[in-house]
Each structure stands twice: as structure tokens, then as C-alpha cells.
Ligand binder design. Structure first.
Ligand code: FAD
Length: 260
């Protein structure tokens, strides 16, 4: 078992992990950053749909010490955001150890260090590695693990397509189809809009009352202030088929006509 030590161990090289690494670099604090994927910000790099933009004003989303360029639009498109993140990585010389899935972390009181165990996915036998540090930063994300609820009634007999939102790219292929999106978080709402824009007959299931911002002039803070209207959109029909999409803990679904 390999053993490496640094002042700080960071698990995850998404935006939070990158920001943490940059701040530590600015303070000359040595760290190791472990990332299970083969790139930074894999949520944005690999699991985004074509029309994805930052949902929040760019001023709220920029990482420490590096404002977005003035030329960037208010709602930064995914590709530009990735350019920004990769420039950020280069600027702060962040070198994640890729292909390392953190599997456990335990605090050792005797040495006053965190012992972090990670599986090296790059090695054929997926060797377990050990890292230690005085501080541990868990930056593995809240939506990094696609979630599909078990035991959805009727799903096993559904003949239509089932997609998790992390697999969704564009509504083009759904034109004219009846589609149900399950869940009204960031992904569910925008995917539903994308489907509708591409001519799909789109419905969305919303579990509880939600706030809907009526246009993009609304900022995060006005949404947080709760001044928008409450509206529930939903239309589930018996002759439709359920498939499940989901982004992180968002769950989206596609419902199509059984007799398509
Ligand atoms: C459609 C959509 C729109 C959004 N819009 C905005 C927005 O406008 N503004 C905003 O601020 N946020 C937005 N978000 C939220 C977005 O998730 C966060 O901004 C950001 O991606 C969170 O960064 P993070 O680093 O915390 O997590 P993530 O981006 O999820 O990164 C976590 C990283 O940890 C890695 N990882 C996970 N488990 C392990 C493990 N066991 N070992 C090693 N590595 C691991 C993952 O591979 C990943 O690289 C949006 C999300 C979605 C889905």
C-alpha cells in the first residue's frame, strides 16, 4: 500500500476542490488532491447537456481570486465555464491525482492525522493507496453520484427509453414524443424546457411546491427571498411509460406512449 502525506488532503477536483486547492496554494500550504475521474469538474465536462449554462449570475459563481472575464455573458455557457476552470487549474498549478476514488477516511488521534484510503483506478488490480494529512477537505459534490430510486412501480414493464439526466444531451431526438421529466431541480427544469423547445410533448412531475423565476433577470438573491410565484406543473397519464433520469439527487424521467 502506497503512502503519501501532505498538510491537506482534498477529495474531489470539482469546482470546490479547485477553489480549495487555489486558496491553499496562495497560502503556500501543501496539499494532495484526489479525483476519481480523469479530468477536473467532471460534472460539467462529462455529464452536462448541450444547452447547459450556469444557472446563476456569473458574479456569484466565480472562483476565488479570478473573476470571470468581462467578455463572458452573465450566464456562462458550459464550454466557457470549462475553459475558465482549466485556466484556473493551470494558473494555480493544480495537479490532481486522477483515477483515485476515495473510499474511506478515518482520523487517527495518536498521529492527529486523517488517514484516507483511495482506490487507484488506473492500475489493473485497482490497488488501494493510503494518504495522510492534518486536514481533510471533502469536496466530492452533492450531485456527483447519479441517483435512480429503486422499486419504481411499473418501471420494469416500461417499453420506452429510460434516461438519467446525466445522459441527456439534447431534446432533438424527442421531437413529437411524449416525455415526462421527473423532478424540478436545476436539471429537471432546464431539460423540460429543452424538450419543449425541440417539439416534445413535455410534462414534469414536481413533488412539492416550487419557486419559478419567470425570466433570467432574476438573481439568486431574489429567488432566495422567495418572492416568486408558486406553481406546480404536472401531468401524468396512465398510458405513458416511465423511465428514469436523474442528476445527482435530482430525479428526472421520460414518459413515452406505450403504443409508440
Ligand atoms: C444543471 C445544473 C446547473 C447548475 N448551475 C449552477 C450555477 O449556476 N452556479 C453554481 O454555483 N452551481 C450550479 N450548479 C451546482 C453545481 O453542482 C456546483 O456549482 C458545482 O458543480 C459543485 O461543485 P463541487 O466541486 O462541490 O461538486 P462537483 O462538481 O460534483 O465535483 C465533485 C468532484 O468530486 C469527485 N468525486 C466524487 N466522489 C469522489 C470520490 N469518492 N473520490 C474522489 N473523487 C470523487 C467527482 O468526480 C467530481 O469531480 C448546477 C448544477 C446543475 C446540475
Amino acid at each position: 500500500m502506497k503512502g503519501e502525506e501532505a498538510q491537506v488532503i482534498i477529495a474531489g477536483a470539482g469546482t470546490s476542490g479547485l477553489a480549495t486547492a487555489a486558496c491553499l496554494t496562495s497560502l503556500s500550504i501543501p496539499y494532495i488532491i484526489l479525483e476519481r475521474d480523469d479530468c477536473v469538474a467532471s460534472l460539467w465536462a462529462k455529464r452536462g447537456y448541450d444547452r447547459l449554462k450556469l444557472h446563476l449570475d456569473k458574479q456569484i459563481c466565480q472562483l476565488p481570486n479570478v473573476p470571470f472575464p468581462p467578455s463572458f455573458p452573465t450566464y456562462v455557457p458550459r464550454e466557457l465555464f470549462l475553459d475558465y476552470l482549466n485556466d484556473y487549474k493551470t494558473r494555480f498549478q493544480i495537479h490532481p491525482l486522477y483515477g483515485r476514488t476515495v473510499e474511506s477516511a478515518a482520523y487517527d488521534a495518536a498521529s492527529e492525522k486523517w488517514i484516507v484510503k483511495a482506490r487507484n483506478n488506473n492500475s489493473r488490480d485497482m490497488v488501494e493507496e493510503s494518504y495522510s494529512g492534518r486536514l481533510l477537505v471533502v469536496a466530492t459534490g452533492e450531485t456527483a453520484h447519479p441517483f435512480v430510486p429503486a422499486n419504481i412501480h411499473g418501471l420494469e414493464g416500461f417499453g420506452g427509453e429510460v434516461l438519467h439526466s446525466t445522459e441527456y444531451k439534447t431534446g432533438k431526438e424527442f421531437e413529437g414524443k411524449r416525455v415526462l421529466v421527473v423532478g424540478s431541480g436545476n436539471s429537471g427544469m432546464e431539460i423540460a424546457l429543452d424538450l419543449a423547445d425541440h417539439g416534445a410533448n413535455t410534462s414534469i412531475i414536481v413533488r412539492s411546491p416550487i419557486l419559478i423565476a419567470e425570466n433570467q433577470e432574476w438573481t439568486f438573491w431574489s429567488i432566495m427571498a422567495g418572492s416568486s410565484k408558486e406553481r406546480i406543473v404536472g401531468n401524468i397519464e396512465n398510458d405513458c411509460l416511465l423511465t428514469v433520469i436523474g442528476a445527482g439527487d435530482l430525479i428526472c424521467g421520460v414518459m413515452e406512449e406505450r403504443r409508440a
